[in-house]
Design a protein. Structure first.
Length: 639
């Protein structure tokens, strides 16, 4: 796992001795069956407490390796697996504290780690936040000595670990502090009117407070909600400046969080075919078969527009007809760009990102589009009905996954990303036999990647990597086990994924305009300019600190098209060979119109044009008036 430090003879001392973080180290032997069985638990623990850095780090040593045998002997390891805890600033010669009879589940391991953190023998390490309960006096004086905006108080029983877990979960985030309050602290409990344990309250300077609204009173929901409060950002990520905000306002499209956009899917296909495949120059070895499989799967399962489907089918037929050992990409590109050979076949050239647009040009975009394209390809067939709960019919799971895996392995430009995907595929891909299992496999691996990249430099600060779908998008997807741990309701997740990535939920360019017109009409009905201003300056919430509520789809039900709009959308359009250039030109014109309008409605723009015209007329009249006065004055002087 990327979250576990793999130690060898040279690195073990530098990690375990005098470290600013507490270190949990597993000493194992690769031949040990119990170690192999414990490995998934330890890796899950590493992902679960990833946000606890820099207070806690996880490490592992393979004692079966020749170079580390002496290391394991020096640290007194007599059996496998052995877990040892090293306090921050452990001295040279320290063998660590063995966690005797350590549990084999993530929850109890987490609690044992917290117990050891609280037993730090010397001065409290600066990398670790305070874990003891806060007193009323500390609450009263908190904002006098701290510059954060939010103080989250988690009220709980003495035996509960939720407050300490959430405190560590928020360690990497700025502008917020989390402290626990015990149910026995009657003064604070009475002051805030707390009746439920656990519960979380936000406390502000001046004594104002409010209860944090979550779906369930548990660690996962508290941490998710607190990390997305206004002004709460991950440490080390610079706040956006004026130039950044202007760029986002001018270039960011309005989009609904509950929809998938055809523009993102077509932009991904365009980049894949015109950039990723072009990087090889020529297809040799397995590459021709991979390209053929890639263009076979999408004509069968991708719910694209007819002209795009015709082009993909044409490319696939052409690839199947090639018999040589090598295929030049230039020949494929000619086929891709020449629409005259196949009527009504075109792929709009150039990218136009909507839901996959990043807050900066180098963020999100193509990687987001690839995941979306993969998810959409697993939609159930329209003609096939659901046979039983949790069971769907549609694409052959192995055919689609095999094409995805081969494409990523051969053509995906980010080679470390391709390697990680290949490692995940090797784990269990061959075991998938049903479409439902394949849909859930892709979803779970996508979430695993999100967990790995959270806090990475490639993460868009306005679109943090989260475990998806979040509670506000799918409340029924989340639940709690009897021990209070978060649990995914996979039947509900499956139903959500099938609905979210269905063909009916994909917006085409024409439908985007209808959605925007509908939103504009709704804003005017709600108060015109006042409503628009409210959207721009209203309460800010994640995943962006600047996006409008309309952009994120927050607080709004999924858009429902009127019957009249549906009828209009069913009209056929001419799809000739001119489409690609005309569509690209229209997209550019619309982009500039969006830049110039900066969120105004059509009525606002019309009013601006009228005012501009009247101002021009007034200026011209004033110019002519003063010019005539000047001529009269010169004539008088001449006399």
């Amino acid at each position: 796992s990327d979250q576990i430090i793999l130690l060898n003879a040279k690195s073990v001392e530098s990690v375990l001795v005098n470290s600013t973080a507490a270190i949990v180290a597993e000493f194992y032997a690769s031949w040990c069956g119990h170690c192999v069985a414990f490995s998934p638990v330890y890796k899950t623990l590493a992902r679960d407490i990833k946000e606890w850095k820099p207070a806690v780090d996880l490490a592992a040593v393979d004692c079966a390796a020749m170079e580390t045998r002496q290391v394991c002997l020096d640290y007194g390891v007599k059996g496998y697996p052995t877990i040892k805890f090293f306090h921050a600033y452990s001295k040279d010669g320290s063998r660590g504290l063995p966690l005797k009879d350590f549990p084999r589940d993530v929850r109890r391991l987490r609690h044992r780690i917290i117990d050891q953190l609280e037993k730090h023998p010397e001065q409290w390490p600066p990398a670790c936040p305070p874990l003891e309960p806060i007193s009323q006096a500390e609450v009263d004086a908190f904002f006098q000595t701290n510059s954060v905006e939010h103080l989250a108080l988690i009220f709980e029983d003495d035996k509960s670990y939720i407050g300490r877990e959430v405190t560590l979960d928020l360690l990497q985030f700025e502008n917020i502090a989390v402290r626990r309050v015990l149910s026995t602290q009657k003064e604070l409990v009475t002051r805030l009117g707390v009746t439920d344990f656990p519960s979380c309250y936000l406390y502000y300077s001046g004594g104002n407070f409010t209860r944090l609204q979550v779906n369930m009173e548990a660690r996962t929901f508290y941490s998710y909600a607190l990390q997305r409060l206004p002004g709460v950002v991950r440490a080390g990520i610079p706040r956006p400046g004026r130039a950044h905000l202007l760029w986002t306002v001018l270039t960011f499209p309005r989009w609904h969080r509950s929809r998938v956009y055809m523009a993102d899917l077509e932009s991904t296909l365009d980049y894949s075919l015109r950039v990723e495949l072009a990087s090889s120059g020529a297809f040799r070895g397995d590459a021709p078969a991979v390209a053929e499989a890639f263009t076979t799967v999408f004509p069968k399962y991708f719910p694209g527009r007819p002209m795009v489907m015709n082009l993909l089918q044409s490319l696939n037929t052409w690839l199947q007809d090639q018999s040589g050992d090598e295929i030049s990409y230039e020949e494929l590109k000619k086929r891709l760009d020449s629409t005259a050979q196949t009527p009504n076949a075109a792929l709009p050239e150039g990218a136009r990102w909507v839901a996959c647009q990043g807050s900066q040009p180098h963020l999100r975009r193509f990687p987001c589009g690839v995941w979306t394209l993969f998810h959409v390809s697993y939609r159930p067939s329209k003609k096939r009905r659901r046979r039983s709960p949790g069971s769907f019919q549609g694409p052959d799971p192995q055919e689609v996954l095999s094409a995805m895996r081969s494409y990523v392995r051969h053509f995906f430009g980010c080679r470390p990303c391709a390697q990680h995907f290949e490692e995940m595929a090797e784990e269990s891909l061959s075991e998938l036999s049903t479409l439902s299992a394949a849909v859930l496999w892709l979803w779970s691996r996508h979430n695993r990647v999100n967990n790995r990249l959270a806090g990475d430099l490639s993460e868009d600060p306005n679109f943090p990597k989260i475990q998806w779908p979040p509670p506000e998008m799918c409340p029924t997807c989340h639940s709690l086990r009897e021990n209070g741990e978060h649990r995914w309701n996979q039947d509900q997740v499956l139903a959500f994924l099938v609905s979210y990535y269905s063909a009916n939920n994909i917006l085409t360019e024409e439908e985007e305009e209808e959605v925007q017109d509908e939103a504009a009409a709704r804003r005017e009905a709600e108060g015109g300019e006042e409503a628009t201003a409210g959207e721009m300056t209203g309460k800010v919430s994640a995943p962006t600190t600047w996006a409008k509520h309309e952009m994120m789809g927050e607080g709004r039900p999924p858009f429902r098209r009127r019957p009249s709009i549906q009828a209009k959308r069913r009209q056929k359009r001419e799809l000739g060979s001119r489409y690609s250039s005309e569509e690209a030109e229209w997209s550019r014109r619309r982009a500039w119109m969006s830049v110039l309008s900066i969120g105004f409605t059509r009525a606002d723009v019309s009013l601006c044009v009228v005012l501009y015209f009247l101002s021009s007329v007034c200026l011209l009249a004033m110019y002519l008036f003063f010019k005539s006065r000047l001529k009269v004055r010169k004539a008088k002087i001449a006399l």
